[in-house]
Design a protein around this ligand. Structure first.
Ligand SMILES: [Zn+2]
Length: 335
């Protein structure tokens, strides 16, 4: 993992307008649904973390990004004249999705936060989430910044989120406490459908399967999403596509392909196993083709997360699904 330079005290807020956001990001199936980039100060972490904003009868935002960039997201919303957010939908509690929640709610105190019920306590008192993340991610966690405690009154447990038009789907896999949401023809898939980018018209699709990875649980969640009607699919990292079924089918095939490729390397021996697996995946998996088009910093970021995902697979191949019955909610490495 590259060493990252010290971070500036407060990241510069983005100044964007609707038109420029849509032009810049090239997204949005309709006028209601927009991806807001939450740019990071970490090298290679551009166009990586985003919040999906849905505006209409009610305004929703899906994930709020890390603590250190919370002000940037708030300024983007101010620039867009968004003065009301009704609900924050959290796909999961990892730092890069929920770390900025406390600051966000200071600015939008009317918002209520839909969160996986068992995840809420880690946001009320985030010290173990922070310590676990620092251990798993090191300098990346420092770059995201420590989450501040959030008051309990803001939360709506996911099992009690009865919002007109909203479907909440438990999709454990990337994290045990992972949720996906559908709202008015949009599937907000978090990381349950992998990470998806399009670079120079070339796709890049990567499983986000950090240890502990329970493959059957992960694939079951993909199948749950595949059973939904075909719709616009919105990824947390970092883009969208018009057909959820097409993307999720492709992703499911990739997840199984990785198992075969990684198992092949594991049977060869344990020397430099993670590096060998990453190399083999980059050579053999056409869904990773756009890796060669990335700049050096982005490649370094992706190599780090590819390695994390490979480690998840190796653990699964060695240990299987056997102990899934009671994994720690903080048990997986964060993104
Ligand atoms: Zn993430």
């Amino acid at each position: 993992m590259p060493r990252f330079p010290p971070l500036p005290a407060s990241p510069q807020p983005q100044r964007l307008k609707w038109g420029s956001i849509k032009e810049e990001v090239g997204l949005s199936r309709d006028d209601n649904c927009t991806l807001l980039e939450i740019d990071q100060q970490l090298p290679g972490f551009h166009r990586f973390i985003g919040s999906w904003l849905y505006t209409g009868d009610i305004n929703l935002i899906v994930d709020v990004g890390p603590a250190n960039s919370a002000q940037s997201l708030i300024h983007t919303l101010i620039d867009l004249d968004i003065d009301r957010i009704d609900y924050v939908l959290l796909t999961h509690i990892h730092l890069d999705h929920a770390g900025g929640l406390s600051q966000f709610l200071e600015h939008f105190p009317m918002a209520r936060v839909v969160c996986y019920d068992r995840g809420i306590k880690h946001l009320l008192e985030p010290s173990s989430l922070w310590e676990g993340s620092r251990k798993a991610l090191g300098e990346i966690a420092e770059g995201y910044g420590p989450p501040e405690p959030v008051k309990g009154e803001f939360f709506v447990p996911h099992t009690e989120a009865h919002i007109d038009g909203l479907q909440v789907i438990e999709t454990p896999g990337h994290a045990i406490h992972h949720l996906s949401f559908t709202y008015r023809g949009n599937l907000f898939v978090g990381e349950a459908g992998g990470n998806y980018y399009s670079l120079k018209d070339t796709d890049y699709l990567r499983p986000a399967t950090p240890p502990r990875f329970f493959m059957e649980v992960f694939v079951n969640s993909v199948d749950k999403l595949l059973a939904l009607e075909d719709q616009h699919i919105c990824y947390a990292h970092f883009g969208d596509a018009t057909s959820s079924k097409q993307m999720l089918r492709r992703f499911r095939t990739q997840v199984l392909r990785w198992k075969d490729l990684i198992r092949g390397e594991v049977t060869v021996g344990s020397d430099a196993i993670v590096e060998r697996c990453v190399q083999r995946l980059l050579e053999k998996d056409l869904d990773l083709k756009a890796f060669s088009l990335m700049d050096t910093d982005t490649q370094a970021r992706e190599k780090y997360f590819l390695s994390n995902s490979v480690k998840g697979y190796i653990g699964f191949l060695q240990k299987g699904n056997a102990i899934f019955t009671s994994p720690s909610i903080l048990g997986s490495s964060t993104h």
